[in-house]
Structure formats: C-alpha cells, structure tokens
Design a protein around this ligand. Structure first.
Ligand code: MLT
Length: 207
C-alpha cells in the first residue's frame, strides 16, 4: 500500500545536537551551494545545536537554488511560493523524524530569501530567522502574523547584488507584521565577513 503521508524528499545533511538548550538551526545555502556549505558556519555560531541543512531543488545550470528566478533579483514568485511550502513541509517532516524543536533559519543570499518567504507564508515552522544578505522575496508581500518571531538581518553596504532599499523594505515588511527585527548594515559586500560571524553568534546566544 502507498504511504499516505505526503513527503518532499530534499537531499539534506543532519547533525544531531549535543546541547539541549540550543534551538536547532535550519541552514539554507546560497546559489550554487549545497547541503554541506553552511555546516561549518552553523557549528561555529551555535556550538552544540542540531543542524538541518537541505539542498535547494532548483538547478540554474549546474547551480542548486531554492527557487527559480527570471533574472538576477527578479523572482518567479509562483515558483517561490510553491517551493516555500515544500520546504516548510520538509521541515515539519524532519522535525518528526529527528525529534526536533522548531528551528531558527540561518540563510545566506538565495537561502536568506527563501527563509524570508518561509517567514511570510509559513511562520509557524520557524523559531526565528537570521537573514544574511536578504532582499524582499515578494513584490507585494502577503500579510503574516510574525509576533514572537525574532529576525536578524545582516546586509552589506557595498553589496552589488542586494539593493540597500530592497533590504530595508524587507526589514520594514517583517517588523510591520510584528517581528522583532534587528537590521545591521555592515561595511562589506555580498560575502560574509568576520563581523557577520560575531553578530550572528551574539544574536543566537540570546535565542
Ligand atoms: C536570489 O536569486 O535569491 C538573489 O539574487 C541572491 C542570489 O544571487 O542568489
């Protein structure tokens, strides 16, 4: 008989936690990354936390992503919505399978953008999100109840991919829906810097 439970199989890495006081992290890589990319970052910023790290299911050439885009910074929003729900379903399945509390998303670039979309479409699957180099995923963002959600946004002042106004718009959307948003703009580009690591570590220590 067929299994009646719908599951979406994401290739993923999972590292069990060793510190029960730490919330699990949902690690979401950037374009061209994979499920291994952010594991060292996760271990560094939240030692002892369980790490759940899926690989994006869209291929742009050979580069995995979490949703389709029409051009750089122009998203296929129907695909984004569908993929966000699939990712949310994966997180729910993984929580049952690995016996996990709701995770905090830590997303970089394309991974940060789908984390922002998850917050807006399925906020109950996350216990907060750190969005590293995120932009607004939707032109007209849906309403969401984000009260109780903590969000850290780290943007780069010289980021050639993410327009500053767009990152600011996302911060306003999230706080306008009730999230507690800390948005820091660092003197750097799209890549992560030592300052990102320090701020992210401090923010996760308060979770
Ligand atoms: C996206 O497509 O999500 C953003 O443009 C960031 C990226 O280059 O992946």
């Amino acid at each position: 008989m067929l299994d009646a439970v719908a599951t979406t199989a994401f290739i993923h890495a999972f590292e069990p936690g060793t510190d029960a006081a730490r919330k699990p992290l949902l690690l979401l890589h950037g374009t061209g990354g994979n499920e291994h990319d952010l594991l060292p970052l996760g271990r560094m910023v939240a030692p002892g936390a369980a790490l759940l790290s899926p690989r994006g299911q869209v291929l742009e050439g050979t580069m995995p992503r979490f949703f389709r885009r029409l051009a750089e910074g122009v998203f296929d929003e129907a695909d984004l919505s569908r993929r966000s729900h699939e990712l949310a379903d994966f997180v729910e399945d993984a929580r049952r399978r690995y016996d996990l509390a709701a995770p905090i998303a830590v997303g970089f670039s394309n991974g940060a953008n789908i984390a922002a979309s998850l917050l807006l479409l399925r906020p109950e699957v996350l216990a907060g999100a750190a969005l590293l180099r995120a932009m607004s995923p939707f032109r007209e963002p849906p309403k969401a109840d984000l009260s109780g959600e903590r969000v850290l946004m780290l943007s780069g002042a010289q980021d050639p991919i993410i327009p500053a106004a767009d990152a600011a718009r996302l911060a306003a959307t999230l706080s306008g829906n009730g999230a507690t948003v800390e948005h820091r703009i660092l003197p750097t580009g799209h890549g992560l810097s030592q300052a990102d690591i320090g701020l992210l570590t401090g923010w996760l220590d308060q979770a």
